[in-house]
Write a protein that binds this ligand. Structure first.
Ligand SMILES: Cc1ncc(COP(=O)(O)O)c(C=O)c1O
Length: 421
């Protein structure tokens, strides 16, 4: 059977197909940028309108009691279902970067682990900047960035050796932003625990598309954003998970009133809440939280196992067509081939990656606009959100790239770059 027919056949049996209609779609566009910004759920438009017009516009301050405080609790509860934590182990609020700072700072000051901070070369730059900024709080006033002699996949034996020789606090991205490498989380958490270490997982590229079971995987701390596969909207707040095993040893460095045990008593002295709420700082960003609620509803309704299964099938199909159609044009696959070591994007490399992305985004009369994203130096990330990406979308994308390469279309356009890629 040819690859086009295989795609149509797979789409016809896709149980998640119906979820696409829950999003605002453009029929002339294939959206493969789920891992920078997910699509807009239609229900979020309705919910935001209601919040702005009725709750804010008419009910004003009364809406804190009537709606907004409860909404935060509801979102935390739904997030706990998604990662299989206890309800009082997770919070949604503030950016990933801020939550990472909070958790690393308090781990460094907890006396539970050696004051050693280690990350690796695959981690997202913002995480490594945050870690660099914390080096004064470490024992040797320095941090380590593990190198694996490539910036695409982790060498597990190198990582384990480091944990053995240099125990302490580690921070890794569960799915790496560049190549989509997926770490064996349970194996590494157990190894870390046996070696008096902890791994803080950045789940930004995993949450909403990978089964994260914090209990089964013995995860102690994690953070992650909600604007990618959870479709929470631009800049939507991140989640922070802290296991009850360590919660009582940790104190939030930002002692704001929403982390107080009784914020509305307005006491002069700070007394932290004796539960996960102590990690709150200021007033929740209500308007940014509304779409997170909807995004979580959609993912919970679809079922994270169904989402992961479709993501694996999409990935395997995409690898097959890339191998069949693109390798002959000097395209390289930069993501792991093995599905169990890969998240929900596949990165391909070509020296003309930037101009290929520009041509895909532009589209023409023979092909739809296709939105991937570019990561330096020569990476094209093809992110497939199983809730709205089909097999035929992937087929059309690969054929579009093949046509661009066959006709050397990139030679006809300029090479200037924009700010957001
Ligand atoms: C893996 C990862 N970690 C951290 C961040 C930073 O998140 P924020 O800008 O919400 O602080 C991002 C942003 O895209 C990311 O992809």
């Amino acid at each position: 059977m040819d690859l086009n027919k295989i795609a149509l056949e797979k789409d016809s049996h896709d149980d998640l197909k119906k979820f696409k209609s829950k999003f605002l779609n453009n029929s002339n566009e294939i959206y493969l940028d789920g891992n920078s910004l997910g699509k807009l759920p239609l229900k979020s438009i309705e919910n935001l309108n209601e919040t702005i017009n009725k709750q804010w516009g008419q009910n004003l301050i009364r809406s804190w009691n009537d709606n907004w405080l409860k909404m935060s609790e509801k979102i935390n509860f739904k997030m706990s279902k998604l990662i299989n934590s206890d309800n009082d182990e997770v919070l949604v609020g503030e950016s990933t970067s801020v939550n990472l700072y909070k958790i690393l700072y308090c781990l460094l000051n907890s006396n539970q682990y050696k004051k050693t901070l280690v990350t690796d070369c695959l981690n997202f730059p913002s995480d490594n900047y945050i870690i660099e900024g914390l080096k004064d709080y470490t024992e040797k006033k320095e941090i380590s960035i593990l190198n694996y002699n490539n910036n695409l996949s982790c060498k597990i034996d190198v990582l384990k050796k480091s944990i053995q020789e240099n125990p302490g606090i580690y921070c890794l991205s569960l799915v790496t932003y560049k190549s989509s490498f997926l770490y064996p989380i349970k194996e590494l958490n157990e190894f870390a625990e046996n070696n008096k270490s902890i791994i803080v997982w950045d789940c930004s590229h995993a949450i909403g598309v990978i089964n994260i079971d914090v209990k089964d995987s013995k995860t102690k701390a994690a953070i992650g954003c909600t604007y990618k596969f959870l479709n929470g909207g631009p800049g939507s707040p991140s989640f922070l998970y802290v296991s009850k095993d360590i919660l009582s040893h940790l104190q939030n460095p930002i002692k704001g009133w929403f982390g107080h045990s009784k914020p509305f008593n307005f006491e002069n002295k700070y007394k932290p809440a004796d539960n996960i709420n102590k990690f709150n700082a200021g007033t929740p960003s209500v308007l940014s939280l509304i779409p997170v609620n909807t995004g979580l509803d959609i993912v919970l309704e679809a079922g994270i196992t169904n989402i992961r299964n479709k993501s694996i099938e999409l990935g395997e199909y995409l690898i097959k067509i890339i191998k069949d159609e693109l390798l002959k044009f000097d395209v390289k696959i930069a993501s792991p081939i093995e599905s169990s070591s890969r998240g929900s994007h596949i990165t391909i490399q070509h020296k003309e990656a930037w101009r290929i992305c520009k041509l895909l985004i532009k589209g023409d009369e023979t092909r739809k606009k296709i939105i991937p994203d570019f990561r330096p130096e020569d990476n094209i990330r093809l992110g497939f959100s199983p809730l709205y990406v089909s097999f035929i979308d992937l087929f059309e994308t690969v054929i579009a790239i093949k046509t661009i390469l066959e006709n050397k279309e990139y030679l006809k356009i300029d090479n200037s770059k924009s700010e957001v890629t």
